[in-house]
Write a protein of this length. Structure first.
Lengths: 305, 305
């Protein structure tokens, strides 16, 4: 049973810092990283998951390790960045060996899939709270920002389609960051965001940042069978306001829509609407009438946004 | 009263991301940072402070904002890195406007003193927990690692001297990261660490990483009057095992000790011992006899390290 912080770090977190960028990994006052390749910038994001808020404290630690990293890789994907390294801050009620082993399995499986090095961290005692900061590389002129949407752009999120209950749980617990999609969209998408707070809220962020509006055609939304059944009775709340999806929503000039056919990123892409000059998000029901959404998306402090 | 996460970010944390390195700051999926200057690497560290563990939940939020950043800047200082930017993960029981205003005052005062940009963050609801990740620049061959101590090196930490009670509290609440000292030590120190867990434990990390040992002469330790009074009755526990000091402890070749006289870093430096080939830390009491320490330093999981 490891009893000290240093034992813990040594035992569970060291040795995952081998990577072309890592000059000095875990174990010093700070890690040393080589700069991004010439002409590229560093894309940086940080995300926290809190027990009892974002996950159940008694949930599967392996899924949690996966999700913690996936959430940050999804942000990098939405910038069109190639993942490189991460730092981890782990606050634990106690050093539970079995829990840590399982958590690390989930974290490092995904890290090794995307060649992400864990270069540093901090372990502290306290209420179970996990923060991961991830960095990637992207040529700044090709980065997929939120503020690039232009009137006439089309708005296709990549495929949201799903199976049934177990699959939905799996999607919630083990989201796939769309890293390859983000890379494929460099130079093609005019704006992009990952869907963490819900399609309506996240697309809203893109429109606001870009100073434009959009019409979203509900009939075009790719839906899993359970959501399709709700939509069939007129309830579009889940596809519009459900968070934790981690698909990418992006815009591109309508004239370049055909290029999506040959996009090599392993996922289907669906056009769901059109960017317009008039600010605001207009939802168009399948019968052509306006649709009003009452709950827009997840807000961390429970506001009525 | 801000009710949504986005209001909070906009109101308290945006606008502190202007910096030569920042290509895209707060408000997108990820921030975009220019690479370090040619020939330099990125030094990266992450630290967490937990309410009830590292600070009192009802303590001064301004001091807390200062300390959160100071702790990370101290790590960068101990690498000889020049601070550049930071990301912040803030978990709060509720969005308390007065608390946030005061916290931000402490954080951003120190950030602007060291020209550190806050480029991204995440705010979540939960038990009060603060994580800050900071990055700086350093030519990798000049970085002050822990593993560079060589037998014959001298071990001077810079000045630990202090005043009395209020001053000690001030030192605990508002530590000064020794950034200028770290920069001045590039190319001179053979190893360095910042004293967060206590002199004996932190110097122990340097010795272990370097594969050497040291003799520490207690009579040489610069002590504040209250610690001096304890030392006079033979109690060296506090100067050796007290954490949260954030001074730098470093080693350098004995032949270069004279260069410390002209070191331009605004703090006094004291030689406290000698690096030796034989592993282990030997404490030498003022009368020349060996001194044994029973409690070596702060450990986050309460082990008996």
């Amino acid at each position: 049973m490891p009893t000290t912080e240093f034992d813990l770090i040594e035992r569970f977190f060291a040795g995952h810092d081998r990577h072309r960028d890592v000059l000095l990994g875990v174990g010093d006052d700070a890690a040393l990283l080589a700069p991004p390749p010439p002409g590229e910038a560093l894309a940086v994001t940080i995300d926290t998951l809190v027990a009892g808020v974002h996950f159940r404290a008694d949930g599967d630690p392996q899924a949690l390790g996966h999700k913690l990293l996936a959430v940050s890789l999804s942000d990098l994907a939405a910038m069109g960045a190639s993942p490189a390294w991460a730092t981890l801050a782990l606050t634990l009620p106690e050093p539970d060996e079995a829990w840590l082993e399982s958590f690390c399995r989930g974290l490092f499986e995904l890290a090794s899939e995307y060649e992400v090095a864990l270069v540093g961290g901090d372990t502290t005692r306290g209420p179970l709270t996990l923060t991961l900061q991830a960095a990637g590389h992207v040529p700044p002129e090709l980065a997929l920002r939120r503020a690039g949407a232009r009137p006439g752009d089309a708005a296709p999120p990549d495929d949201l389609q799903a199976g049934e209950a177990d699959f939905l749980q799996q999607r919630l617990d083990r989201p796939t960051p769309r890293v390859a999609t983000g890379l494929a969209l460099r130079g093609l998408a005019t704006a992009a965001i990952d869907l963490s707070d819900g399609l309506a809220a996240d697309l809203g962020h893109v429109l606001e940042a870009s100073g434009v509006g959009a019409s979203l055609e509900l009939a075009r939304l790719p839906l899993s069978p359970p959501l399709r059944r709700l939509a069939d009775v007129g309830d579009w709340t889940h596809p519009l306001a459900g968070g934790d999806d981690y698909e990418l929503c992006f815009t591109l000039p309508a004239a370049r829509l055909a290029e999506l056919e040959t996009l090599d990123c392993g996922v289907d892409v669906t056009r769901i609407g059109t960017v317009e000059a008039e600010p605001g998000l207009r939802l168009v029901a399948p019968d052509g009438s306006p649709y009003t959404l009452t709950r827009a998306g997840y807000d961390h402090f429970g506001g009525s946004a």
